[in-house]
Design a protein around this ligand. Structure first.
Ligand code: SAM
Length: 232
């Protein structure tokens, strides 16, 4: 299949790639003049393009026909507490593959890593979106407090490892989009945080089974179940 590139650019006419994009297509993928690639910008679907000029540092594409119409992913928002570096990378990549529309890091009392590198995170979700054949990028925001994240009145599916709470699938039967999915930090929620979450309207605590999952495992598992039921 033709390689794909996310470009925050109008997809028509001729486009000059950045130096690193030219390097990726020219040197890494060894694409030459006349070769075709696929472009998406998150708004206009996917378009074919042909390489019209290239040298070691630059590359010009000529945009051709539209290959796929825009198709927004379901309105699912992931609320998660930033984790140890590689685990946050896993959550960002898998949430992108699993079709979330929005990724909102939340800072809780036990969040270990509140210095969330949004540039690095954006690069990771862009790469994941290119690989997973998405037509858009998830909207990624800077971390907010748990309190402010809970202010929005959307259905809230809360991965709660404490207490006796319903299984996910029966809960999803009664749910619809837009939907928030909340995963806690490696250290878990404080009791007062749990009380605040449960006091919210429209909150659905669910269990992912009797074992304590790592936060990245919980995020992937719950998003997979949500996608299986509500995704498309
Ligand atoms: N409280 C946990 C403990 O006692 O070790 C620490 C939190 S757990 C490592 C990280 C997060 O993953 C939790 O806050 C929760 O959101 C989710 N999680 C882990 N296991 C879960 C389970 N069995 N059911 C629902 N959520 C779970």
């Amino acid at each position: 299949t033709l390689p794909r590139l996310y470009l925050d650019h109008t997809l028509c006419g001729e486009i000059d790639l950045s130096r690193e994009q030219a390097h990726y297509f020219g040197t890494v993928l060894r694409k030459r003049v006349g070769d075709r690639v696929r472009l998406f910008n998150g708004r206009d679907g996917e378009w074919a393009a042909e390489i019209v000029t290239t040298d070691r540092k630059s590359m010009r594409l000529s945009v051709g026909e539209q290959l796929r119409e825009p198709c927004p992913v379901p309105d699912i928002r992931l609320l998660f507490a930033p984790l140890r570096k590689h685990r946050t990378s896993t959550v960002l990549e898998k949430a992108t593959e699993l079709g979330v529309r929005t990724i909102q890091p939340v800072i809780t009392a036990r969040t270990q890593f509140s210095k969330f590198n949004i540039e690095r995170a954006n690069a990771q979700i862009t790469e994941a979106a290119e690989q997973t054949e998405r037509l858009d990028l998830p909207d990624l925001y800077a971390p907010v407090t748990l309190y402010s994240a809970l202010a929005d009145n959307r259905h809230l599916l809360f991965a709660d490892e404490a207490g006796c709470v319903p299984m996910v699938l029966p809960t999803l039967e009664g749910l619809s989009l837009p939907l928030d999915v909340l995963i806690g930090p490696e250290g878990g929620f404080m009791e007062d945080e749990r009380d605040m979450i449960r006091a919210r309207d429209d909150v659905y605590p669910v269990t992912l089974g009797p074992r304590i999952l790592r936060a990245d495992t919980a995020a992937i598992s719950l998003l997979t179940l949500v996608q299986a039921k509500l995704g498309d």
